[in-house]
Ligand binder design. Sequence first.
Ligand code: BES
Ligand code: MN
Ligand code: ZN
Length: 501
Amino acid sequence: MKIEFPESLPKSGALAVAVTKDKTLSSTAKLIDQQTQGAITRALKVGRFTGEKDQVLELVAPAGLNLSRIVLYGLGDPKVIDALALENAGGNVVQRVSGTGDSDVVIAVDALPRCKLKTPTMAAEVAFGARLGGYRFDRYLTDEKPEKKPSVKRLGVYAKNAAAAARAYERLAEVAEGVELTRNLVSEPANVLYPASFAARCEELKDIGVKVEVLDLAQIKKLGMRALIGVAQGSANEPRVVIMRWNGGAKADDKPIAFIGKGVTFDTGGISIKPAAGMEEMKWDMGGAGVVTGLMRALAGRKAKVNVVAALGLVENMPSSTAQRPGDVVKAMSGKTIEVINTDAEGRLVLADVLWHIQQRFKPKVMIDLATLTGAIIVALGHNHAGLFANNDRLADWLLEAGLATGERLWRMPLHDSYEQDIKSPIADIKNVGDRWAGSISAALFLKHFVNDGPWAHLDIAGTTWCYKNQPTVPKGGSGFGVRLLDRLVADHYERGGAKK
Ligand code: BES
Ligand code: MN
Ligand code: ZN
Protein backbone atom coordinates (compact mmCIF):
# COMPACT_ATOMS: atom_id res chain seq x y z
CA MET A 1 0.00 0.00 0.00
CA LYS A 2 1.41 3.33 -1.08
CA ILE A 3 0.79 6.23 1.31
CA GLU A 4 0.63 9.85 0.18
CA PHE A 5 -0.50 13.21 1.48
CA PRO A 6 -2.42 14.83 -1.41
CA GLU A 7 -3.24 18.53 -1.50
CA SER A 8 -6.79 18.12 -2.74
CA LEU A 9 -9.80 15.85 -2.37
CA PRO A 10 -10.14 12.99 -4.88
CA LYS A 11 -12.49 13.00 -7.85
CA SER A 12 -12.93 9.23 -7.85
CA GLY A 13 -12.35 6.18 -5.66
CA ALA A 14 -13.30 6.11 -2.01
CA LEU A 15 -13.29 9.09 0.33
CA ALA A 16 -13.44 8.76 4.11
CA VAL A 17 -14.59 11.68 6.25
CA ALA A 18 -14.76 12.09 10.01
CA VAL A 19 -17.85 12.33 12.18
CA THR A 20 -17.53 13.02 15.89
CA LYS A 21 -19.93 12.08 18.65
CA ASP A 22 -23.63 12.96 18.40
CA LYS A 23 -23.45 12.81 14.60
CA THR A 24 -21.34 15.97 14.34
CA LEU A 25 -19.94 16.35 10.84
CA SER A 26 -16.31 17.41 10.30
CA SER A 27 -15.76 20.24 7.79
CA THR A 28 -15.02 17.90 4.87
CA ALA A 29 -18.02 15.77 5.82
CA LYS A 30 -20.19 18.92 5.63
CA LEU A 31 -18.77 19.86 2.24
CA ILE A 32 -19.40 16.38 0.84
CA ASP A 33 -22.86 16.37 2.36
CA GLN A 34 -23.66 19.54 0.38
CA GLN A 35 -22.17 18.17 -2.82
CA THR A 36 -24.34 15.06 -2.53
CA GLN A 37 -27.57 16.90 -1.70
CA GLY A 38 -27.49 15.71 1.91
CA ALA A 39 -26.59 12.03 1.41
CA ILE A 40 -24.60 11.96 4.65
CA THR A 41 -27.28 13.68 6.71
CA ARG A 42 -29.85 11.22 5.35
CA ALA A 43 -27.63 8.23 6.05
CA LEU A 44 -27.12 9.38 9.63
CA LYS A 45 -30.87 9.40 10.15
CA VAL A 46 -31.42 5.77 9.25
CA GLY A 47 -28.79 3.80 11.15
CA ARG A 48 -27.00 3.29 14.41
CA PHE A 49 -23.90 5.19 13.38
CA THR A 50 -23.47 8.14 15.76
CA GLY A 51 -19.80 9.07 15.27
CA GLU A 52 -18.50 7.09 18.23
CA LYS A 53 -14.94 5.79 18.15
CA ASP A 54 -14.37 2.77 15.91
CA GLN A 55 -17.71 3.11 14.10
CA VAL A 56 -17.64 3.03 10.30
CA LEU A 57 -20.50 3.59 7.84
CA GLU A 58 -20.29 3.19 4.09
CA LEU A 59 -22.35 5.06 1.48
CA VAL A 60 -22.06 3.54 -1.97
CA ALA A 61 -22.01 5.44 -5.30
CA PRO A 62 -23.32 8.76 -3.97
CA ALA A 63 -25.31 10.89 -6.42
CA GLY A 64 -23.71 14.21 -7.33
CA LEU A 65 -20.10 13.02 -7.16
CA ASN A 66 -18.00 10.54 -9.07
CA LEU A 67 -16.81 8.78 -5.90
CA SER A 68 -17.27 5.01 -5.59
CA ARG A 69 -18.10 5.41 -1.94
CA ILE A 70 -18.04 7.68 1.06
CA VAL A 71 -16.89 6.14 4.31
CA LEU A 72 -17.86 7.87 7.52
CA TYR A 73 -15.47 7.15 10.37
CA GLY A 74 -16.29 7.92 13.97
CA LEU A 75 -13.85 9.65 16.32
CA GLY A 76 -15.99 10.07 19.43
CA ASP A 77 -15.52 13.08 21.69
CA PRO A 78 -13.03 15.57 20.13
CA LYS A 79 -11.80 16.60 23.60
CA VAL A 80 -10.32 13.17 24.27
CA ILE A 81 -9.13 12.13 20.82
CA ASP A 82 -5.60 10.78 21.13
CA ALA A 83 -3.08 9.24 18.80
CA LEU A 84 -4.51 5.76 19.35
CA ALA A 85 -8.04 6.82 18.36
CA LEU A 86 -6.70 8.24 15.09
CA GLU A 87 -4.58 5.17 14.37
CA ASN A 88 -7.60 2.97 14.91
CA ALA A 89 -9.65 5.15 12.58
CA GLY A 90 -7.01 4.77 9.86
CA GLY A 91 -6.93 1.01 10.37
CA ASN A 92 -10.70 0.70 10.39
CA VAL A 93 -11.11 2.63 7.14
CA VAL A 94 -8.44 0.71 5.26
CA GLN A 95 -9.72 -2.66 6.46
CA ARG A 96 -13.27 -1.74 5.44
CA VAL A 97 -12.37 -0.37 2.00
CA SER A 98 -10.04 -3.32 1.34
CA GLY A 99 -13.06 -5.58 1.12
CA THR A 100 -14.87 -3.43 -1.46
CA GLY A 101 -12.67 -3.72 -4.53
CA ASP A 102 -11.63 -0.06 -4.43
CA SER A 103 -7.90 0.39 -4.97
CA ASP A 104 -7.79 4.08 -4.03
CA VAL A 105 -8.95 5.64 -0.82
CA VAL A 106 -8.40 9.10 0.59
CA ILE A 107 -9.00 9.77 4.26
CA ALA A 108 -9.80 13.41 4.99
CA VAL A 109 -8.47 14.59 8.35
CA ASP A 110 -9.89 17.92 9.51
CA ALA A 111 -9.06 20.17 12.42
CA LEU A 112 -11.67 19.52 15.09
CA PRO A 113 -12.89 22.03 17.66
CA ARG A 114 -11.53 21.26 21.15
CA CYS A 115 -9.20 18.52 19.88
CA LYS A 116 -5.75 18.88 21.45
CA LEU A 117 -3.75 17.51 18.53
CA LYS A 118 -2.40 19.51 15.61
CA THR A 119 -3.89 18.57 12.25
CA PRO A 120 -0.62 17.37 10.64
CA THR A 121 0.01 15.13 13.65
CA MET A 122 -3.52 13.79 13.38
CA ALA A 123 -3.04 13.04 9.70
CA ALA A 124 0.27 11.27 10.32
CA GLU A 125 -1.31 9.10 13.03
CA VAL A 126 -4.18 8.16 10.71
CA ALA A 127 -1.66 7.17 8.03
CA PHE A 128 0.34 5.15 10.57
CA GLY A 129 -2.74 3.29 11.76
CA ALA A 130 -3.87 2.63 8.21
CA ARG A 131 -0.51 1.18 7.36
CA LEU A 132 -0.40 -1.06 10.43
CA GLY A 133 -4.00 -2.14 9.91
CA GLY A 134 -3.44 -2.86 6.23
CA TYR A 135 -0.60 -5.30 6.89
CA ARG A 136 -0.91 -8.85 5.70
CA PHE A 137 1.46 -11.82 5.57
CA ASP A 138 0.62 -13.44 2.26
CA ARG A 139 3.87 -14.69 0.82
CA TYR A 140 2.68 -18.31 0.75
CA LEU A 141 -0.78 -17.69 -0.74
CA THR A 142 -0.11 -18.62 -4.34
CA ASP A 143 -3.56 -19.05 -5.84
CA GLU A 144 -5.71 -16.45 -4.16
CA LYS A 145 -8.14 -14.93 -6.65
CA PRO A 146 -7.50 -11.22 -7.29
CA GLU A 147 -11.08 -10.41 -6.27
CA LYS A 148 -10.42 -11.96 -2.85
CA LYS A 149 -7.27 -9.97 -2.18
CA PRO A 150 -7.40 -6.77 -0.09
CA SER A 151 -8.05 -4.18 -2.77
CA VAL A 152 -6.53 -0.95 -1.45
CA LYS A 153 -3.29 -0.12 -3.26
CA ARG A 154 -3.03 3.62 -2.65
CA LEU A 155 -3.95 5.54 0.45
CA GLY A 156 -4.06 9.31 0.54
CA VAL A 157 -4.40 11.25 3.76
CA TYR A 158 -5.79 14.66 2.97
CA ALA A 159 -5.18 17.42 5.51
CA LYS A 160 -4.38 21.12 5.62
CA ASN A 161 -0.60 21.51 5.51
CA ALA A 162 0.12 18.28 3.68
CA ALA A 163 3.87 18.87 3.79
CA ALA A 164 3.88 19.02 7.59
CA ALA A 165 1.76 15.87 7.74
CA ALA A 166 4.16 14.05 5.43
CA ARG A 167 7.07 15.11 7.62
CA ALA A 168 5.34 13.95 10.80
CA TYR A 169 4.67 10.61 9.12
CA GLU A 170 8.31 10.01 8.16
CA ARG A 171 9.30 9.00 11.67
CA LEU A 172 6.21 6.84 12.11
CA ALA A 173 6.90 5.12 8.81
CA GLU A 174 10.22 3.91 10.19
CA VAL A 175 8.47 2.52 13.26
CA ALA A 176 5.97 0.81 10.97
CA GLU A 177 8.88 -0.75 9.06
CA GLY A 178 10.07 -2.19 12.36
CA VAL A 179 6.63 -3.51 13.31
CA GLU A 180 6.27 -5.09 9.87
CA LEU A 181 9.67 -6.76 10.10
CA THR A 182 8.69 -8.25 13.46
CA ARG A 183 5.35 -9.44 12.10
CA ASN A 184 7.08 -11.03 9.11
CA LEU A 185 9.57 -12.86 11.32
CA VAL A 186 6.90 -14.06 13.74
CA SER A 187 4.69 -15.31 10.92
CA GLU A 188 7.38 -17.33 9.14
CA PRO A 189 7.17 -21.10 9.61
CA ALA A 190 10.07 -22.80 11.39
CA ASN A 191 11.30 -24.63 8.30
CA VAL A 192 12.01 -21.23 6.79
CA LEU A 193 13.05 -19.35 9.90
CA TYR A 194 15.62 -21.30 11.95
CA PRO A 195 18.61 -19.91 13.82
CA ALA A 196 20.93 -19.51 10.81
CA SER A 197 18.28 -18.05 8.52
CA PHE A 198 17.06 -15.72 11.27
CA ALA A 199 20.62 -14.48 11.72
CA ALA A 200 20.82 -13.90 7.96
CA ARG A 201 17.71 -11.71 8.17
CA CYS A 202 19.40 -9.70 10.91
CA GLU A 203 22.42 -9.16 8.68
CA GLU A 204 20.19 -7.33 6.23
CA LEU A 205 20.01 -4.53 8.79
CA LYS A 206 23.62 -3.70 8.01
CA ASP A 207 22.24 -1.77 5.05
CA ILE A 208 20.75 0.82 7.38
CA GLY A 209 23.81 1.17 9.58
CA VAL A 210 23.25 -1.52 12.23
CA LYS A 211 26.38 -3.44 13.21
CA VAL A 212 25.58 -7.14 13.20
CA GLU A 213 27.69 -9.88 14.72
CA VAL A 214 26.61 -13.51 14.38
CA LEU A 215 28.11 -16.04 16.80
CA ASP A 216 28.08 -19.65 15.59
CA LEU A 217 28.16 -22.82 17.69
CA ALA A 218 31.95 -22.85 18.04
CA GLN A 219 31.97 -19.26 19.30
CA ILE A 220 29.01 -19.88 21.60
CA LYS A 221 30.82 -22.89 23.06
CA LYS A 222 33.96 -20.85 23.55
CA LEU A 223 31.99 -18.28 25.54
CA GLY A 224 30.70 -21.09 27.76
CA MET A 225 27.00 -20.68 27.06
CA ARG A 226 26.23 -24.20 28.19
CA ALA A 227 22.66 -23.51 29.28
CA LEU A 228 21.81 -22.24 25.80
CA ILE A 229 23.67 -25.09 24.12
CA GLY A 230 21.81 -27.64 26.26
CA VAL A 231 18.57 -26.47 24.64
CA ALA A 232 20.03 -26.42 21.14
CA GLN A 233 21.80 -29.78 21.25
CA GLY A 234 18.78 -31.85 20.22
CA SER A 235 18.43 -30.08 16.90
CA ALA A 236 20.26 -30.45 13.61
CA ASN A 237 19.79 -26.69 13.24
CA GLU A 238 22.70 -25.22 15.15
CA PRO A 239 22.15 -22.24 17.43
CA ARG A 240 23.22 -18.67 16.78
CA VAL A 241 23.63 -15.68 19.02
CA VAL A 242 23.14 -12.41 17.18
CA ILE A 243 24.44 -9.15 18.58
CA MET A 244 23.35 -5.96 16.91
CA ARG A 245 24.45 -2.45 17.70
CA TRP A 246 23.13 0.96 16.81
CA ASN A 247 25.33 3.83 17.91
CA GLY A 248 23.31 6.98 17.48
CA GLY A 249 24.23 8.46 20.86
CA ALA A 250 26.11 11.70 21.35
CA LYS A 251 29.25 9.76 22.29
CA ALA A 252 30.23 6.37 20.93
CA ASP A 253 31.22 5.23 24.40
CA ASP A 254 27.96 6.25 26.12
CA LYS A 255 26.73 3.16 27.95
CA PRO A 256 24.14 1.46 25.76
CA ILE A 257 20.68 0.30 26.61
CA ALA A 258 20.32 -3.39 25.94
CA PHE A 259 17.43 -5.42 24.52
CA ILE A 260 17.54 -9.18 24.69
CA GLY A 261 15.12 -11.52 22.91
CA LYS A 262 14.18 -15.17 23.33
CA GLY A 263 14.51 -16.68 19.89
CA VAL A 264 13.31 -20.26 20.07
CA THR A 265 12.56 -20.72 16.38
CA PHE A 266 10.51 -23.78 17.25
CA ASP A 267 9.62 -25.16 20.66
CA THR A 268 8.53 -28.79 20.64
CA GLY A 269 9.22 -28.93 24.36
CA GLY A 270 12.18 -31.23 23.72
CA ILE A 271 12.12 -34.57 25.58
CA SER A 272 9.41 -33.06 27.84
CA ILE A 273 7.46 -32.91 24.60
CA LYS A 274 4.35 -30.79 24.15
CA PRO A 275 0.97 -32.24 23.12
CA ALA A 276 0.36 -32.29 19.35
CA ALA A 277 -2.71 -30.03 19.37
CA GLY A 278 -1.68 -26.46 18.73
CA MET A 279 2.02 -27.22 18.65
CA GLU A 280 2.32 -25.37 15.33
CA GLU A 281 1.95 -22.15 17.31
CA MET A 282 5.40 -22.70 18.70
CA LYS A 283 6.83 -21.33 15.46
CA TRP A 284 6.33 -17.96 17.12
CA ASP A 285 8.36 -18.83 20.18
CA MET A 286 10.96 -16.49 18.71
CA GLY A 287 8.64 -13.54 19.29
CA GLY A 288 10.99 -11.80 21.72
CA ALA A 289 13.86 -11.97 19.25
CA GLY A 290 11.47 -10.80 16.53
CA VAL A 291 10.57 -7.69 18.53
CA VAL A 292 14.19 -6.88 19.31
CA THR A 293 15.04 -7.16 15.60
CA GLY A 294 12.10 -4.99 14.53
CA LEU A 295 12.98 -2.46 17.20
CA MET A 296 16.51 -2.18 15.81
CA ARG A 297 15.01 -1.65 12.36
CA ALA A 298 12.84 1.15 13.75
CA LEU A 299 15.55 2.85 15.82
CA ALA A 300 18.16 2.74 13.07
CA GLY A 301 15.59 3.75 10.45
CA ARG A 302 14.67 6.89 12.32
CA LYS A 303 18.28 7.45 13.38
CA ALA A 304 17.53 7.40 17.09
CA LYS A 305 19.98 9.43 19.13
CA VAL A 306 20.94 6.63 21.45
CA ASN A 307 23.39 3.75 21.78
CA VAL A 308 21.66 0.40 21.72
CA VAL A 309 22.81 -3.20 21.96
CA ALA A 310 20.43 -5.93 20.94
CA ALA A 311 21.02 -9.64 21.45
CA LEU A 312 19.11 -12.69 20.27
CA GLY A 313 19.44 -16.23 21.57
CA LEU A 314 18.44 -18.35 18.57
CA VAL A 315 17.84 -22.06 19.12
CA GLU A 316 15.47 -24.81 18.11
CA ASN A 317 14.15 -27.01 20.96
CA MET A 318 13.82 -30.54 19.59
CA PRO A 319 13.69 -34.08 21.01
CA SER A 320 16.31 -36.47 19.65
CA SER A 321 19.05 -38.82 20.78
CA THR A 322 21.29 -35.83 21.33
CA ALA A 323 18.67 -33.77 23.18
CA GLN A 324 19.10 -32.81 26.79
CA ARG A 325 17.25 -34.96 29.32
CA PRO A 326 15.12 -34.05 32.32
CA GLY A 327 17.45 -34.21 35.28
CA ASP A 328 20.52 -33.01 33.39
CA VAL A 329 22.59 -30.43 35.20
CA VAL A 330 24.15 -27.68 33.10
CA LYS A 331 26.57 -24.98 34.13
CA ALA A 332 25.53 -21.60 32.77
CA MET A 333 28.03 -19.05 31.50
CA SER A 334 27.77 -17.22 34.81
CA GLY A 335 28.98 -20.32 36.64
CA LYS A 336 25.62 -21.14 38.21
CA THR A 337 24.49 -24.73 37.90
CA ILE A 338 20.96 -25.51 36.75
CA GLU A 339 19.01 -28.72 37.13
CA VAL A 340 16.86 -29.08 34.02
CA ILE A 341 13.68 -30.61 35.41
CA ASN A 342 11.59 -29.87 32.33
CA THR A 343 13.16 -29.42 28.91
CA ASP A 344 10.11 -27.38 27.89
CA ALA A 345 11.18 -24.57 30.23
CA GLU A 346 13.89 -23.75 27.69
CA GLY A 347 13.50 -20.03 27.11
CA ARG A 348 14.88 -19.14 30.53
CA LEU A 349 17.94 -21.34 29.86
CA VAL A 350 18.65 -19.49 26.64
CA LEU A 351 18.10 -16.07 28.19
CA ALA A 352 20.24 -16.89 31.23
CA ASP A 353 23.37 -17.03 29.10
CA VAL A 354 22.52 -14.19 26.74
CA LEU A 355 21.59 -11.83 29.58
CA TRP A 356 24.81 -12.69 31.39
CA HIS A 357 26.97 -12.21 28.32
CA ILE A 358 25.48 -8.85 27.39
CA GLN A 359 25.75 -7.60 30.93
CA GLN A 360 29.40 -8.62 31.27
CA ARG A 361 30.49 -7.46 27.86
CA PHE A 362 28.65 -4.17 27.41
CA LYS A 363 27.85 -3.00 30.97
CA PRO A 364 24.54 -1.57 29.70
CA LYS A 365 22.80 1.12 31.72
CA VAL A 366 19.57 -0.82 31.48
CA MET A 367 18.57 -4.28 30.21
CA ILE A 368 15.14 -5.24 28.91
CA ASP A 369 14.39 -8.77 27.79
CA LEU A 370 11.36 -9.96 25.86
CA ALA A 371 10.23 -13.55 25.74
CA THR A 372 7.24 -15.74 24.96
CA LEU A 373 8.25 -17.33 28.21
CA THR A 374 5.26 -18.92 29.92
CA GLY A 375 1.78 -20.20 29.26
CA ALA A 376 1.07 -19.06 32.80
CA ILE A 377 1.19 -15.38 31.80
CA ILE A 378 -1.67 -16.08 29.37
CA VAL A 379 -3.65 -17.64 32.21
CA ALA A 380 -3.00 -14.54 34.32
CA LEU A 381 -3.44 -11.72 31.78
CA GLY A 382 -4.92 -13.18 28.61
CA HIS A 383 -4.06 -11.37 25.40
CA ASN A 384 -4.53 -7.70 26.33
CA HIS A 385 -1.55 -7.03 28.57
CA ALA A 386 1.96 -8.44 28.62
CA GLY A 387 3.56 -9.29 31.95
CA LEU A 388 6.11 -6.82 33.27
CA PHE A 389 8.71 -7.83 35.85
CA ALA A 390 11.28 -5.30 36.97
CA ASN A 391 13.88 -4.80 39.67
CA ASN A 392 13.53 -1.02 39.35
CA ASP A 393 10.37 1.00 39.97
CA ARG A 394 11.29 3.95 37.78
CA LEU A 395 11.97 1.72 34.79
CA ALA A 396 8.73 -0.16 35.48
CA ASP A 397 6.75 3.10 35.55
CA TRP A 398 8.31 4.31 32.32
CA LEU A 399 7.39 1.05 30.63
CA LEU A 400 3.84 1.14 31.96
CA GLU A 401 3.43 4.69 30.63
CA ALA A 402 4.85 3.80 27.23
CA GLY A 403 2.39 0.92 27.14
CA LEU A 404 -0.59 3.18 27.71
CA ALA A 405 0.63 5.66 25.10
CA THR A 406 1.11 3.05 22.39
CA GLY A 407 -1.70 0.67 23.25
CA GLU A 408 0.87 -2.08 23.92
CA ARG A 409 -0.17 -2.40 27.52
CA LEU A 410 1.77 -4.00 30.35
CA TRP A 411 0.75 -5.18 33.78
CA ARG A 412 3.32 -5.33 36.54
CA MET A 413 3.80 -8.65 38.29
CA PRO A 414 5.66 -9.38 41.52
CA LEU A 415 9.31 -10.33 41.54
CA HIS A 416 9.49 -11.10 45.22
CA ASP A 417 12.13 -13.21 46.93
CA SER A 418 9.47 -15.28 48.65
CA TYR A 419 8.98 -17.22 45.42
CA GLU A 420 12.65 -18.23 45.37
CA GLN A 421 11.92 -21.46 47.21
CA ASP A 422 10.03 -22.64 44.11
CA ILE A 423 13.23 -22.98 42.12
CA LYS A 424 15.54 -24.45 44.76
CA SER A 425 17.18 -27.66 43.62
CA PRO A 426 18.63 -30.40 45.84
CA ILE A 427 21.42 -31.08 43.38
CA ALA A 428 22.24 -27.76 41.69
CA ASP A 429 22.15 -24.02 42.46
CA ILE A 430 18.67 -23.71 40.95
CA LYS A 431 16.22 -25.74 38.89
CA ASN A 432 14.48 -24.54 35.75
CA VAL A 433 10.84 -24.91 36.85
CA GLY A 434 8.81 -24.20 39.97
CA ASP A 435 5.63 -25.97 40.98
CA ARG A 436 2.25 -25.51 39.28
CA TRP A 437 1.51 -22.08 40.64
CA ALA A 438 2.86 -18.65 39.72
CA GLY A 439 4.74 -20.09 36.75
CA SER A 440 5.48 -16.69 35.20
CA ILE A 441 6.91 -15.39 38.45
CA SER A 442 9.23 -18.32 39.06
CA ALA A 443 10.38 -17.99 35.44
CA ALA A 444 11.15 -14.30 35.96
CA LEU A 445 12.94 -15.04 39.24
CA PHE A 446 15.01 -17.63 37.42
CA LEU A 447 16.14 -14.93 34.98
CA LYS A 448 16.95 -12.60 37.86
CA HIS A 449 19.66 -15.07 38.92
CA PHE A 450 21.59 -14.01 35.82
CA VAL A 451 21.18 -10.26 36.26
CA ASN A 452 23.22 -8.08 38.61
CA ASP A 453 21.77 -5.05 40.37
CA GLY A 454 21.45 -2.68 37.40
CA PRO A 455 17.99 -1.74 36.12
CA TRP A 456 16.40 -4.68 34.36
CA ALA A 457 12.92 -5.48 33.09
CA HIS A 458 11.52 -8.70 31.71
CA LEU A 459 8.46 -8.67 29.46
CA ASP A 460 6.60 -11.97 29.18
CA ILE A 461 4.90 -11.54 25.81
CA ALA A 462 3.53 -15.08 25.40
CA GLY A 463 -0.04 -13.73 25.40
CA THR A 464 0.48 -10.76 23.08
CA THR A 465 2.87 -11.93 20.37
CA TRP A 466 0.16 -13.56 18.30
CA CYS A 467 -3.11 -11.78 17.58
CA TYR A 468 -6.09 -14.14 17.33
CA LYS A 469 -8.75 -11.58 16.53
CA ASN A 470 -8.48 -8.86 13.95
CA GLN A 471 -8.00 -5.40 15.49
CA PRO A 472 -7.98 -2.02 13.74
CA THR A 473 -4.19 -1.68 13.70
CA VAL A 474 -3.26 -5.29 14.45
CA PRO A 475 -4.52 -7.81 11.90
CA LYS A 476 -4.75 -11.44 12.89
CA GLY A 477 -1.29 -13.04 13.04
CA GLY A 478 2.04 -11.85 14.38
CA SER A 479 1.27 -8.65 16.26
CA GLY A 480 4.64 -6.95 16.52
CA PHE A 481 3.69 -6.14 20.12
CA GLY A 482 6.65 -4.49 21.82
CA VAL A 483 8.21 -2.56 18.95
CA ARG A 484 6.11 0.55 19.38
CA LEU A 485 6.29 0.26 23.15
CA LEU A 486 10.08 0.18 23.29
CA ASP A 487 10.53 2.73 20.52
CA ARG A 488 8.45 5.04 22.68
CA LEU A 489 10.38 4.23 25.84
CA VAL A 490 13.63 5.04 24.06
CA ALA A 491 12.27 8.27 22.55
CA ASP A 492 10.82 9.52 25.82
CA HIS A 493 13.60 8.60 28.23
CA TYR A 494 16.87 7.65 26.60
CA GLU A 495 17.27 9.85 23.58
CA ARG A 496 19.17 13.04 23.81
CA GLY A 497 17.27 15.84 22.19
CA GLY A 498 14.97 13.16 20.81
CA ALA A 499 11.35 13.96 20.11
CA LYS A 500 9.09 13.53 23.13
CA LYS A 501 6.62 11.74 20.94
N1 BES B 1 7.22 -21.18 24.76
C1 BES B 1 6.58 -21.72 25.91
C2 BES B 1 5.57 -20.76 26.52
C3 BES B 1 4.36 -20.46 25.69
C4 BES B 1 3.22 -21.22 25.84
C5 BES B 1 4.35 -19.42 24.80
C6 BES B 1 2.09 -20.94 25.09
C7 BES B 1 3.23 -19.14 24.05
C8 BES B 1 2.10 -19.91 24.20
C9 BES B 1 7.63 -22.06 26.97
O1 BES B 1 8.86 -22.46 26.48
C10 BES B 1 7.08 -23.19 27.76
O2 BES B 1 6.94 -24.24 27.21
N2 BES B 1 6.78 -22.93 29.01
C11 BES B 1 6.21 -23.92 29.85
C12 BES B 1 6.94 -23.86 31.16
C13 BES B 1 6.66 -25.02 32.04
C14 BES B 1 7.28 -26.29 31.49
C15 BES B 1 7.21 -24.72 33.41
C16 BES B 1 4.73 -23.60 30.02
O3 BES B 1 4.38 -22.42 30.07
O4 BES B 1 3.94 -24.53 30.04
MN1 MN C 1 8.93 -24.53 26.09
ZN1 ZN D 1 9.38 -21.79 24.62
